[in-house]
Design a protein around this ligand. Structure first.
Ligand code: ZN
Length: 275
């Protein structure tokens, strides 16, 4: 059996419900889990590396406060909680830059601990279950962040791993993983997942996107497919072609008998072979 985990990043208190529903209705109707990497207490002034406002803040107005806990948007929380196929994953804490870099790329242990704790508390306060999986903003973690995340979460989903960023005690397992060419691995109680890049992105070619997804599924046992809801609604305009590829993917995934779409939580509940 092959497995797919769909991960959509950057849901926050300003995410329009109708955008998520437009994208994921075909998944929900087919009973396919959608993992939303959710920002617990978003910094509404967050900018990306080019200095522009993050596009996941597109619904911001002149009166939006500087930080906004996910629980502030009761309608969104109700919508997410009423659809059991949505699985909430902790995506950082505020999704902001700290010391000039992504939120979890620095090495101040106290700050990292505080952000991990605060993020989980905001998700719990909103009424979500305690998250078992963590996704760092921009998939960037320092050695200290790897240590602290692995103490608190059963699953870490990121792009790739580099030896010189990992805790030294992880090096033997990492070397084994590299030698065996396995994409996913485990340290202690934490499962560490890589992904093959964001196939579902408007930066990619639309005419080859679906085939690239199929190739990734065929080349490994477990594939994490990463996307971002706001990419489908740039300038508040639905990108119909891009949305149709996502929906085509939902149909394809539901029809393949040798493949199961799972949640990050499923990895902690069932004995699923990673590689
Ligand atoms: Zn993000």
């Amino acid at each position: 059996m092959k497995y797919v985990i769909l991960r959509d990043d950057d849901t926050n208190a300003l995410t329009p419900i109708d955008y998520l529903d437009r994208l994921y209705r075909p998944f929900l109707e087919r009973g396919l889990p959608v993992n939303l990497a959710t920002i617990p207490n978003v910094n509404t002034e967050a900018t990306h590396c080019d200095g522009g406002l993050e596009l996941f803040l597109m619904a911001k107005t002149g009166t939006t406060p500087k930080t906004l806990p996910i629980g502030c948007n009761e309608k969104l929380v109700d919508y997410l909680r009423s659809n059991p196929c949505y699985n909430i994953v902790q995506h950082g804490c505020r999704h902001e830059f700290v010391q000039g870099g992504p939120e979890f790329a620095h090495t101040n242990r106290c700050d990292i601990e505080r952000r991990l704790k605060e993020g989980t508390e905001f998700l719990l306060d909103a009424g979500f279950r305690k998250p078992t999986a963590f996704v760092a903003p921009y998939d960037q973690l320092s050695r200290i962040s790897f240590q602290e995340v692995s103490k608190r979460f059963r699953v870490l989903s990121t792009g790739w791993f580099e030896l010189n960023r990992l805790p030294h005690s992880w090096w033997p397992q990492y070397v084994m993983k590299k030698l065996s060419r396995k994409p996913h691995w485990q340290v202690g109680n934490t499962t560490l997942l890589t992904h093959p890049g964001c196939h579902l992105s408007y930066h990619r070619r639309y005419d080859t996107m679906f085939d690239d997804i199929k190739k990734s599924l065929d080349s490994r046992r477990l594939t994490v497919l990463v996307t971002h809801w706001w990419e489908y609604f740039r300038d508040n305009q639905a990108d119909e072609k891009f949305i149709s590829i996502l929906h085509e993917t939902a149909d394809y995934l539901s029809k393949r008998k040798d493949l199961r779409v799972i949640s990050f939580d499923d990895l902690t509940r069932h004995n699923i072979e990673l590689n």
